[in-house]
Design a protein around this ligand. Structure first.
Ligand SMILES: *Cc1c(COP(=O)(O)O)cnc(C)c1O
Length: 377
């Protein structure tokens, strides 16, 4: 599925192809779209459509896949966060949609657990909302959540992200927020696969959920899906292109919608266990290339919720006198082709995500990693 065959345009620009052992991250190009997705996009190019008609039909498809009342194709999960917030502040009142990001007279606070702060929480603020960070004060987490919700709370934001977990499970957070008449908006950008997560957060009672379309779903990098309560999704739709709301700068085009739907269709038909087995065997190849080096502890981490996929992880043990973790990382990046892997989590360990490796690249990564680990400092 991953071909990594290169691009004449990138070559002509002098932009190097890299080996991505870091995962589905935007900074390294997201994911490689499967042929079915590229074909769907190419097919959509030659046709004019009424955008509302397409958008509503695509939304119904997304609703079907997620078990939500309604869905919407959006310009990435980050746009989803912006639109979730806007929708919770304005509802589908056209005057209020028009008013944002001026929040005068509106409930304009988004409650966010302190460990749920990420690079993306500015997307809530971009809608005009203020963040109310909770969880660092006195009292139990539940007491603090109760306190964070007040007269001005538009939504409780709940984020699923490696290394950022909340002691209150989503179901319970939903109970608490709903008890106060406040909707819960979920950032699940990185939570696909597994496919079961398409429905999990809606099942847990979330009012709106955002997923990236261009990470594990392998749709266009600039897409995402939003799903949830019909009234809130309608508010979100009216707040973005082709309308003039606060989401207008986050436009999705018809080709991207076609690609996103093709990616979803392929994703739910994928044999995820077989794919996992491929990832595991790539990780095993990398681990075995470096597993015998004294002073290192090399593991394949499969069940750690903070590592996505079965990843080879290299820990530097006391007494390790070789190259530092950062030096190895830098030297791999400066090779030709450049090899990008991950660092950190529990400490300065190195990890390799197998999900974005193209076929056969695990051998090259294993060899290069061994060379750089054994190179003198
Ligand atoms: C990647 C990510 C986003 C943004 O997703 P895009 O689809 O790139 O817009 C939002 N939240 C979290 C936690 C993410 O990891």
């Amino acid at each position: 599925m991953n071909s990594g065959t290169g691009s004449a345009i990138f070559d002509s620009l002098g932009v190097r192809r890299i080996i991505n052992g870091r995962g589905w991250i935007t900074a390294l190009g997201g994911s490689i779209m499967p042929p079915e997705v590229c074909e769907a996009m190419a097919e959509a190019v030659n046709t004019y459509v009424d955008f509302d008609e397409l958008n509503l039909a695509a939304g119904r498809k997304i609703a079907g896949y997620t078990g939500a009342e309604a869905g919407l194709a959006v310009a990435g999960a980050a746009a989803g966060l912006l639109l979730q917030t806007a929708a919770c502040m304005t509802g589908d009142d056209p005057a209020l949609i028009d008013q944002l990001p001026d929040c005068s007279g509106l409930r304009d606070e988004v409650a966010l657990y302190y460990l749920h702060q990420t690079n993306y929480d500015r997307c809530y603020r971009a809608a005009g909302a203020k963040l109310v960070i909770w969880g660092e004060g006195d009292g139990s987490a539940e007491e603090q959540l109760e306190e964070a919700i007040g007269e001005s709370t538009a939504a409780l934001a709940y984020v699923f992200h490696p290394w950022n977990s909340c002691p209150i499970p989503l179901e319970r957070a939903v109970e608490i927020a709903h008890g106060r008449g406040v909707p819960v908006i979920v950032d699940a950008a990185v939570m696909l696969p597994p496919a079961s997560n398409l429905t999990a957060y809606i099942d847990a009672g979330a009012d709106m959920v955002a997923f990236s379309g261009g990470k594990g779903l392998r749709g266009p990098q600039s897409t995402g899906i939003l799903c949830g309560r019909a009234d809130l999704i309608e508010a979100a739709r009216l707040s973005t292109s082709p309308y003039k709301g606060v989401g207008r700068a986050a436009k999705v085009c018809k080709e991207e919608i076609a690609g996103l739907l093709a990616a979803l269709d392929l994703f739910v038909r994928t044999d995820h266990e077989a794919e996992w087995a491929v990832w595991r065997s790539r990780s095993a190849a990398i681990a075995s290339a470096v597993g015998d080096i004294p002073g290192l502890e090399v593991r394949i981490e499969e069940d750690d919720p903070n590592r996505q996929g079965p990843q080879a992880v290299v820990y530097f043990r006391d007494g390790w006198a070789g190259a530092s973790s950062s030096a190895v990382l830098e030297r791999l990046a400066s090779r030709e082709p450049s090899i990008r892997i991950g660092q950190g989590g529990y400490g300065d360990e190195l990890f390799i995500s197998p999900v974005t490796l193209c076929e056969g690249e695990e051998e090259a990564v294993g060899r290069a990693l061994r060379e750089e680990l054994l190179a003198a400092e």
